[in-house]
Ligand binder design. Structure first.
Ligand SMILES: Cc1ncc(COP(=O)(O)O)c(C=O)c1O
Length: 463
């Protein structure tokens, strides 16, 4: 079938050409974290996007309910970002080593303006994993400069995700990662917060504080002088959109202060408006020491990440050779990506996308409650911006997960796709993370698609 694409690419794509592309991909490409046999010959190839919609080579339109992979905050097809990139690329694409460009400088200023600590200083990199690596190295060096010379340990939570690089995987200890042998020495793991399956019995707020207190126990047991940092996602997406009560992050802040440990917020997903605030800990009145961002800072129009240090942390690196942060990523904060980020953030402010995230997030969460009419819906999580999850169970009363051979992770994306919705993360937990520019009609479309897919699934499972 011919494509109806009109901009930037051929108007029509012949069946032969599509087949040729499938062949090349099938023979020569890795897709990230997906089994080759699961897509070979049948790879979805997209050629155009506008708002929350994407169009494939066959001319089919789908609503992207995952904003790419958690990043397409301003939606697809923003020509002004392309124009900003073009202008910078034709002026000077990248500067000589040891110098900078106007968009990099302006972006550092813009981030400090939006960040709760306006004295903040950004170390720009190319993506989330690099930003995590940067934050951890910065925390270790800060600890050394701050009189904790032997501090190298980092406390993180089980089932978190902090990136795909070798150090970052040892922080998350995510069961979905390939085993890589010994972890980073000093990687310490504690119980993660889970609102649906509380890790301990009791009142949820008490349980959340108990989870946080486990970090204190580990720090005391290991020796506070050996621990450099605590790292956590404000809302763990990898663990199924786990939104803690305010007391959790407030307690993390107290513990970090008490033992002089650097508190790192991994906001690769939540940073820049996802939770209805520019930065998620603001919801709970907490200021971390270092904030890790990527994804929405450019809405994926170009790769960029950053470790944002508060003034207190950053000022420790001002001095002589001993204080220098000897950390270098060749393409970190690339001017093209910085230009894209500035144009992206201009759209955020002009269209009040952070406010829209808050308002539409509330609407989405309310609409998702209707799905409890399906017996297999065990939990609906959300209500803090445009990040939500629907968790499916075989027995609601006992919160019994479906067995792996029910194959939900393969069936549901297809059932949703048949209803013109793309959801990369749909299985036991259906994750919803649409562009922040979404409107009510488009949210209705998502909830209707999930509703229809659950009808079909229940029919197939004989429920
Ligand atoms: C919370 C979190 N941290 C870090 C990363 C790693 O980011 P990247 O894939 O850009 O390296 C991700 C990626 O999804 C993430 O969700």
């Amino acid at each position: 079938m011919a494509s109806t694409i009109t901009s930037g690419i051929p108007e029509t794509l012949s069946g032969e050409r599509i087949e040729e592309l499938q062949q090349i991909a099938g023979d020569h490409m890795f897709m990230h974290a997906v089994q080759i046999n699961d897509w070979r010959g049948n790879l979805r190839i997209y050629v155009k996007g506008e708002g929350v919609w994407v169009e494939d080579v066959h001319g089919n339109r789908h609503l992207d309910a995952m904003a790419g992979l958690w990043y397409k905050a301003v939606g697809y097809g923003r020509k002004e970002i392309a124009d900003a990139v073009y202008a910078q690329m034709t002026a000077i694409d990248s500067p000589p080593a040891g110098s900078s460009t106007i968009p990099q400088i302006e972006l550092a200023g813009k981030v400090a303006e939006l960040y709760p600590d306006h004295g903040a200083r950004s170390f720009f990199v190319s993506g989330g994993s690099e930003a995590v690596e940067t934050a951890v190295k910065m925390a270790k060096k800060y600890s050394q400069l701050n009189g904790k010379g032997g501090a190298f340990k980092v406390v993180s939570r089980r089932y978190s995700y902090h990136g795909g690089t070798a150090m970052a995987v040892s922080l998350g200890r995510n069961p979905a990662a390939d085993p890589m042998g010994p972890e980073m020495p000093g990687a310490l793991h504690v119980t993660n917060w889970n609102s649906y399956r509380l890790p301990f019995a009791g009142d949820p707020v008490d349980v959340a504080v108990k989870c946080a207190n486990e970090i204190e126990e580990v720090i005391v047991h290991q020796g506070p002088e050996t621990v450099a940092a605590i790292i956590a996602e404000p809302i763990s997406a990898a663990y199924g959109i786990q939104i803690p009560p305010a007391e959790y992050w407030q307690r993390l802040r107290e513990i970090a202060d008490k033992y002089d440990v650097v508190l790192i917020a991994d906001e690769v997903i939540t940073g820049f408006g996802r939770t209805g605030e520019w930065f998620a800990p603001t919801n709970w009145g907490v200021q971390p020491d270092i904030t890790v961002v990527a994804k929405a800072i450019t809405s994926g129009y170009a790769p960029l990440g950053a470790a944002i240090a508060t003034k207190k942390i950053a000022d420790a690196f001002i001095g002589g050779p001993k204080e220098t942060f000897r950390h270098l990523i060749t393409f970190g904060g690339h001017p093209i990506a910085s230009a894209a980020a500035l144009a992206n953030l201009k759209i955020f402010e002009r269209e009040d996308l952070v406010g829209n995230s808050r308002r539409m997030g509330t609407y989405l969460y309310e609409k998702l409650q209707d799905l409890f009419s399906h017996k297999i819906v065990g939990d609906v999580r959300g209500g803090l911006g445009l990040l939500a999850a629907v968790e499916l169970v075989s027995d609601r009363e006992n919160k019994t997960p479906f067995p792996a051979d029910a194959g939900l992770a393969k069936k549901l994306p297809k059932m949703l796709f048949d209803r013109n919705m793309v959801s990369f993360r749909a299985g036991d937990v259906i994750t919803i993370c649409p562009p922040l520019s979404i409107n009510k009609d488009e949210i209705d479309f998502i909830v209707d698609a999930i509703d229809g897919a659950l009808d079909e699934l229940e029919g197939e499972l004989g429920i």
